[in-house]
Design a protein around this ligand. Structure first.
Ligand code: OOG
Ligand code: MG
Length: 263
């Protein structure tokens, strides 16, 4: 049940999208709308998506967030959420992100998949997902909450497109048959120093469970995951703050490295 009017949803979408596009932080929207609910929060996110598409931006994938206990603990929340990925979020492997285009970026190591069959909920399971995934690819996400000091509650962060801002994929692509998503290890290095390590199982016990949850959440809005969708399954480790001059490199077991520079 929504509680906000269409006008307020449109206003909050514009407010949060402007903060994203112009890189300034804002107070969390639940301070002004404490009674807003989940549906309101996703309505705002979908309105931001609609605004971007209307301007010609392409939506090139989906992501899950807050799917690992490390992330939930770091952010003080307990429920995974989803968001969309716009074309201009994508950065080339070994590419550079200009830090002044962002507010207070952090990086996360993630496992991404590309589906080859449509997935729909309710009732989508790990088995359905494993059957629908074509390939697995390493990804690093740059998140950049539009909220002051990265402090938010779940509804505020859902409305803010789950802090999405940039991402990079690279390394080697593998067929799902050739990867054990659960034991797949990752090592994150910043300027040559190991800052975080983890394995796929940190993501809801199995990264495919994250995709199943996405299909089931989308079903609540009568949406499906079309075949050919790129999906980031969520940060494996806690997110790490980056500064200008930092060089981030994440190594994935059998899948090579993904790197990104901040200037
Ligand atoms: C929300 C986005 C979380 C992930 O992978 O867990 C996310 C945030 O922590 O700002 O992208
Ligand atoms: Mg993420």
């Amino acid at each position: 049940m929504s509680t906000l009017t269409k006008e307020v949803v449109a206003e909050l979408a514009e407010h949060l999208e402007n903060a994203e596009l112009k890189a300034y932080d804002v107070t969390k929207i639940t301070d002004d709308y404490p009674d807003m609910d989940w549906e309101d929060a996703y309505d705002i996110q979908w309105e931001i998506r609609r605004r971007k598409e209307q301007r010609g931006t392409k939506i090139i994938g989906l992501k899950m967030g807050l799917t690992s206990y490390a992330k939930m603990e770091q952010m003080g929340v307990d429920t995974p959420i989803y968001a969309f990925l716009a074309d201009y979020f994508s950065v080339l492997d070994a590419g550079t992100v200009k830090i002044d285009e962002l507010i207070h970026p952090k990086v996360e190591a993630e496992i991404a998949v590309i589906t080859k069959k449509e997935l729909s909920g309710p009732g989508c399971t790990v088995a359905h997902v494993l059957d629908a995934i074509g390939s697995v690819v390493p990804a690093v996400e740059v998140i950049d909450s539009r909220y002051e000091n990265f402090r938010f509650d779940l509804k505020s962060v859902v409305a803010d497109n789950a802090s999405s801002s940039r991402f990079v994929t690279g390394g080697n692509l593998k067929r799902i048959e050739d990867v054990d998503l659960k034991t797949l290890g990752v090592v994150m290095e910043i300027n040559g120093e190991v800052v975080a390590t983890g394995a796929g199982a940190s993501v809801l016990g199995h990264p495919a469970a994250s995709v199943a949850m996405l299909a089931n959440m989308l079903a609540e809005r009568n949406e499906v995951i079309p075949a050919g969708t790129f999906i980031m399954t969520g940060g494996i480790t806690a997110a790490v703050t980056v500064n200008a001059g930092d060089s981030v490199c994440v190594r994935y077991q059998d899948l090579g490295c993904v790197s990104i520079q901040f200037k």
